[in-house]
Design a protein around this ligand. Structure first.
Ligand code: PLP
Length: 433
């Protein structure tokens, strides 16, 4: 395997001047690197920008962290928070999260699902799922617009190969491309990752698309394949349009086929605006699952947790549990949802009231989450990103030739200027050849 240039650079430093430390590293150790040039590097370049649309957190209009006061209030803890939490997670928190999943996904009805097992947030949940389902060389199928950290988790972390399919067709999700990807993959084990609302596009499948996706996965399972559907629900609940699927695909897959294991990876990080708490959950379901089988899966994932972080932070779990029983929790969540939805609505208005923008960029489909993406017309996205920082004090992220805008982090009144700056940066370059 050819090493990533950033890994090569680190290895060169380690072996410089006759130093033999590099030889002590495992193959994985030699291949790993810190992704300093991706989202993180671009974010660092934008840190002093007047408009910073790079950040995958949510900020209030005054620039402070957008948080639920009931969570802050729950930070008043007693001594028990100093103790370890079990590797499976705090039992009461697991119960509370399970009840939340059932409430947020009402069409699950009485379908049997496992108890959620606690991880140290979603990245860790993804990494635990990779441990459980992927051997080196295995394929993991996902849309080609994906969160870039999946590469470190699945490829560097597990030696798996990300196999992508086309994300959008005719302004919607390319379900047929998913079908072809499943058919074209040679192994009878099909590990698929779907992330709605999506990072980077801010897209969630419509009601019809969600049904079609579920059908395609079921067909593959019914044809005798073993399908594992990893559902990264990091931004769950932040859907801003009617007709867009409001539940998790977990609802449609949990009781779909004995050959289709649905794995819900979710957590409060983005849903409850607690990015630094580091709590996430893994929940399993498949048609005909017995209690013992679901328990076995819980034990498997808890074993992975035990073997790499021992257990997730107890203090965060206690704070969350206290918040989930607060009366204000639901109300405050609605308020914060309204803040983000307002920004989404303003973006729609800005785009509709500026037909001239169409000459400079094309918005990708978006209807949910923290982000939206645009494709600049005729000019390379990275050129525009650099120009925006240097000449417009505006920070954006470039991924797969697209410009990603984190409206979650941009004060509402700065959104029109954000788009104006992008329009000006692109049109100036277009006019100067
Ligand atoms: C799609 C997606 N999944 C997972 C994560 C990771 O979340 P956590 O901070 O809980 O590890 C992110 C964070 O940006 C994300 O965008």
């Amino acid at each position: 395997m050819t090493l990533h240039p950033l890994a090569q650079a680190l290895n060169q430093d380690l072996s410089a001047e006759g130093c033999s430390i590099l030889d002590t590293l495992s193959s994985q150790g030699k291949a790993i690197f810190f992704p300093s040039k991706g989202i993180l590097g671009q974010g660092a370049e934008a840190k002093d920008a007047a408009i910073n649309a790079t950040i995958g957190t949510a900020l209030e209009d005054d620039g402070s962290a957008l948080t639920l006061p009931c969570i802050q209030k729950s930070m008043n803890l007693n001594k028990s928070s100093f103790l370890y939490a079990p590797s499976f997670g705090d039992p009461k928190l697991r119960e509370a999260w399970k009840a939340q999943i059932q409430k947020k996904c009402p069409s699950l009805g009485n379908t049997k699902i496992s108890n959620p097992v606690v991880t140290a947030a979603l990245t860790h949940a993804l990494s635990c799922a990779a441990y459980l389902f992927l051997d080196p060389g295995d394929e993991i199928i996902m849309p080609d617009l994906y969160w870039d950290n999946y590469e470190l988790v699945f490829e560097n972390g597990r030696g798996a190969k990300i196999k992508t399919f086309n994300t959008f067709v005719n302004g919607g999700f390319d379900v047929e491309a998913l079908r072809s990807a499943l058919q074209n993959s040679k192994s009878s084990k099909k590990v698929v990752l779907l992330n709605f609302p999506n990072n980077p596009t801010g897209y969630t499948a419509t009601d019809e698309e969600a049904s079609a996706i579920a059908k395609v996965l079921k067909e593959s399972a019914d044809a005798g394949n073993s399908v594992v559907a990893l559902l990264d629900d990091a931004y769950f609940g932040l859907v801003y349009e009617q007709g867009v699927y409001k539940e998790s695909l977990f609802s449609k897959l949990a009781d779909s086929s004995p050959n289709l294991l649905a794995v819900k990876l979710d957590g409060p990080t983005k849903e409850d605006y607690v990015w630094g708490f580091r709590v996430g959950f893994v929940t399993f379901a498949f048609k005909g699952a017995t209690d013992a089988q679901l328990k076995a899966l819980e034990n498997k994932i808890a074993g992975v947790v035990r073997g790499n972080i021992s257990n997730a932070p107890s203090i965060s779990q206690k704070i969350l549990l206290a918040a989930y029983t607060c009366n204000e929790y639901e109300v405050e969540k609605k308020e914060k949802y309204a803040t983000l939805k307002k920004r989404y609505d303003i973006i729609k208005e800005v785009l509709a009231s500026h037909p001239e923008y169409k000459k400079t960029f094309t918005p990708m489909p978006f209807n949910s989450g923290y982000f939206m993406c645009i494709r600049p017309i005729g000019i390379d996205a990275e050129t525009i990103r650099k120009d925006l920082i240097a000449n417009y004090s505006t920070g954006v992220i470039v991924l797969s030739g697209l410009i990603r805008l984190a409206f979650s982090a941009v004060p509402t009144d700065k959104i029109p200027l954000l788009f104006d700056n992008i329009y000006n940066a692109i049109s100036k370059r277009q006019n100067h050849g």
